[in-house]
Design a protein around this ligand. Sequence first.
Ligand code: NAI
Length: 454
Amino acid sequence: MIYDLMVIGGGPAGYVAAERAGHAGLSVLLIEKRALGGVCLNEGCVPSKTFLNSAKMFEHAKHGEAYGVTCENPKLDHAKVVERKNKVVNMLVSGVKAQMRANKVTVVEDEAFIEGRTAEGFCVKTSKETYCSKRLLICTGSSAVVPPIEGVAEGIKDGFVLTNREILDLTEVPKQLVIVGGGVIGLEMASYFNIAGSEVTVVEMLDKIAGPTDAEISAILKKNYEKQGVHFKLSAKVTKVTQNSVVFEKDGKTEEVPADKVLLSIGRRANIKGYGLENLGVLTDRGGIVTDCYGRTNVAEVYATGDVNGRSMLAHTAYRESEVAVNHILGKKDVMRYQAIPAVIYSNPEVGSVGETEATAKEKGREIKIGKVSMNFSGRYVAENEGGDGICKVIVDKATDALIGCHMIGSYASEIIVSAGIMIENEMRVSDIKEIVFPHPTVSEIIREAIFSL
Ligand code: NAI
């Protein structure tokens, strides 16, 4: 049989594409070599959220006095947290499997290798069979970057150096955890393991944490983490990993921090090697597959969505890119836009950002107005956050008076930020936003407050 669409990789990009294409009546084959759900469901977004929820509950139990709640001797049982994480992951992976069945997608759990294009279409072989399809969608995702730093490769072999994959299966909380890279993964894991009892040190090359996040929000986040006991070494470049420490250079000096385990979270790289991509002549640039606004590669009928195109490396971007690609295959009008994709750090407190920051707007030469308020302008925030220091910032284009960015730190930021994304996507102006009714009392009202502060 010649399939209408063959999808390689069953993560958020692959399974959503397969689901949508199957639903539309295409014959779809999905090949996945590890586990359906990909990194997001099995060793990324979802498992880390189960960890962080347990940490949040533990923190509430420990620090309830200010709210009139005392709880004697609360404990966090890490082994149980991991057990629950596995239960949640299994449940969601089963859900994806059920969706594949419901949409008549054929799933092959094996490693795919692209042989090339023949008269039969694109031919992909697995350990048992060769499959052919009229179109190919590459959704092979990304892997943790492992730098050629002395001691890292050996550390990984020994289980001393971990990536996002292994850290989520640790059965014991390390006494001293050193995290290399103060980006999203590093910060989320720092939050959990600090609360679970590790002495956590984050070593970050830049002079700020949380990479592209608004500088003021990044500083507030760092202050909160430090208050909770996390140590930071900024402007610090890791040069060596020994068997029990991490060595780094800072201000021209060599320093060392002891470690029982090391988490490597210095970014991710698109998976473009080892599965025959070169047999198609697909163009890559800076490590990712080059795609257009429909997810098409330079090779006709070959698409690439999700982390593998290196554009945004977020599960929700992958969903949307895949929907656009499937719509393009179906001849439906749709196009991928990247200007209003929310980014969230599920830290404690949470960070939500969408659109331009002050820095990126200025880089683009846009004249902007900034509205900024304390999260304490929200009654619900005050009721729920004793001593909270969150803020919300809105960035408005002076020429059009439209909202082009929103950045916040505080409770529910992950859930609220989507509303700002909708406003940006729809190019809403300040006057339009002022007419929106937000439920009261909610923390989401903070956007309204920030807009009215302009
Ligand atoms: P990242 O790009 O967010 O952060 C990596 C950090 O490591 C950067 O701040 C960088 O300056 C630093 N770094 C690089 N080399 C270093 C060195 N030698 N020594 C010290 N610091 C060094 O990458 P991360 O945290 O690994 O996350 C990877 C991807 O996963 C991201 O693209 C993110 O989009 C995605 N992700 C998203 C999540 C979310 O949306 N909540 C959660 C987890 C991951």
